[in-house]
Design a protein around this ligand. Structure first.
Ligand SMILES: C[S@@+](CC[C@H](N)C(=O)[O-])C[C@H]1O[C@@H](n2cnc3c(N)ncnc32)[C@H](O)[C@@H]1O
Length: 354
């Protein structure tokens, strides 16, 4: 079988506007593609921008996907011109698995696959060595038989094993927040799964500064903490929560159901406010500073520009961020009125208006 050439395939990242030095595939994707067999029904986990998917398509088969990320699924669609097909227990003979940063996400994904299997599945796991830890390996040893280490190629690790059928429980974890009288219900892999982020905590401590809004968007909502805290202060606000991580959407839904079952809110698995036509009185963002394993402010910039499109003259965007990121300067590209509402030695809370 001829090898798929990643560098001539015109693969693009999603969002498409990003730092020029970032590319849409890495050596681990290329290494995984070497194990594609045109005879097999292939399952791909965590394809970042569709490179592995395109390599499988080039061998004339249609892979199935397990993927937490809306942006990755969109990239797969754009790069291959096909909507990615979700794995729902269909027959599979081979797994190509990109190791995600979150070991708990990987555990939940692998257990989901194991639960559907009726015989062991041949799987290849790869990731760049700087992102693969002993925790990843411990998990693979736990769920696979016959685990083998293949030689590292261009700093990409590779493991081969047989994923064993089993009936695993996939649990969410509960994180009490006594100072707010809330309990967060976290799905595996959600942001701040074990502990509240200190930036979010600082933001919430200053929520008394926020206006009393009728409509509020919480962009990159994670487990819904900011919306839950806003709802406590302003129970009549109509909330819209979005996150590109499915684990986040599930966590926010469970956290609202547990804490405020009667709250009015909408929840979307989406790239920020992409495609949203509503104007909000207030938009809240604790922006991510990485996309998967890559440190980048690209997503934050994309969120700010999407936010502007959903704001009227009286709307307010409030963000919390690490001081050193100096987002005030970036926000001035889109907003005329940008001010620091408050700050401490680590974080800054910024208000922006059109
Ligand atoms: C710093 S966390 C903040 C989470 C939550 N708002 C909090 O304060 O605890 C950033 C969140 O943005 C989400 N995210 C990253 N890229 C995104 C995108 N393109 N669209 C929507 N959400 C995104 C991440 O999944 C993560 O939940």
């Amino acid at each position: 079988m001829t090898q798929f050439n990643f560098s001539t395939a015109n693969l693009s990242r999603y969002p498409a506007k990003h730092a020029k030095d970032l590319q849409a595939w890495d050596a681990a994707d290329e290494y995984l593609a070497k194990f594609i067999s045109d005879q097999a029904n292939i399952l791909i986990l965590n394809d970042a921008f569709g490179g592995i998917n395109c390599a499988v398509h080039a061998s004339a088969s249609n892979p199935l996907h397990v993927n937490d990320s809306w942006c990755s699924l969109k990239a797969i669609e754009i790069n291959s011109n096909h909507k990615p097909q979700a794995y729902e227990g269909q027959k599979i003979d081979l797994g190509l698995i990109k190791l995600p940063k979150s070991i708990s996400l990987l555990e939940a994904q692998l257990k989901h696959v194991c639960n559907q299997l009726d015989k062991p599945l041949e799987v290849y796991f790869s990731g760049m060595q700087k992102h693969v830890s002993s925790g990843h390996l411990d998990l693979l040893k736990q769920l696979c038989s016959d685990l083998q280490y293949l030689p590292t190629e261009r700093k990409a690790r590779m493991y081969k094993g047989m994923l064993e059928p089993a009936k695993h429980q996939i649990q969410t974890s509960c994180l009490p927040v006594p100072e707010l009288n809330l309990t967060l219900h976290n799905a595996a892999g959600v942001f701040a799964e074990q502990k509240i982020d200190i930036g979010s905590r600082f933001f919430i401590e200053n929520f008394k500064l926020l206006p009393c809004a009728k409509t509020v968007a919480d962009v990159g909502c994670g487990n819904g903490l900011l919306s839950l805290a806003y709802h406590q202060l302003h129970p009549n606000a109509a909330l819209t929560l979005t996150d590109e991580s499915l684990a986040a959407v599930e966590s926010a839904r469970s956290s609202f159901a547990f804490n405020f079952p009667n709250a009015t809110y909408q929840l979307a698995h989406n790239d920020g406010l992409f495609g949203c036509e509503q104007i909000f009185d207030l938009i809240l963002i604790n922006p991510p500073f990485h996309q998967q394993n890559t440190v980048t402010t690209d997503i934050a910039m994309s969120m700010f520009s999407q936010a502007k499109a959903c704001m009227g003259p009286a709307s307010e965007l409030w963000i919390v961020a690490n001081r050193h990121l100096n987002y005030q300067a970036d926000l001035k590209r889109w907003f005329r009125n940008v001010l620091v509402a408050t700050q401490n030695d680590k974080f800054v809370i910024i208000r922006a208006k059109r």
